[in-house]
Design a protein. Structure first.
Length: 118
């Protein structure tokens, strides 16, 4: 994954989704983190929250339930303000719901997470 990822939001979401689907949440985190750093002020916390979800999934895959719970809980709280008007077709409500469920019941099985609404 190149250090200088610079993708428009829709492409960043598609790339992150492909990586999540391939059970590569850490790489998805890198894409989402790049989007976070390049996003306008009004979206920064949204992208930061999405990146934290991916890191939380990475912790789950590595068997670190405690770290996963902390990151997933923080990510959910960071995403809540975007539930009413999510940009870019992001399924914020679905992500928050699933993230909270994972924080409450962590496991190291692959997680099927959809970033955007179908």
């Amino acid at each position: 994954m190149p250090d200088d990822i610079d993708l428009p939001p829709e492409e960043a979401l598609a790339e992150a989704q492909a990586l999540l689907d391939a059970d590569r949440p850490f790489h998805a985190h890198e894409v989402l983190e790049a989007a976070w750093k390049a996003s306008p002020d009004g979206e920064r916390e949204l992208w930061r929250g999405l990146a934290q979800v991916a890191v939380g999934l990475t912790h789950l895959r590595r068997g670190n339930a405690r770290g996963a719970e902390a990151l997933l809980s923080r990510a959910a709280e960071r995403l809540v303000p975007y539930e009413d008007a999510p940009p870019h077709g992001i399924d914020v409500q679905g992500i928050v719901k699933q993230t909270r469920e994972l924080a409450a019941n962590p496991h190291d099985d692959p997680v099927e997470l959809r970033l955007t609404k179908p």
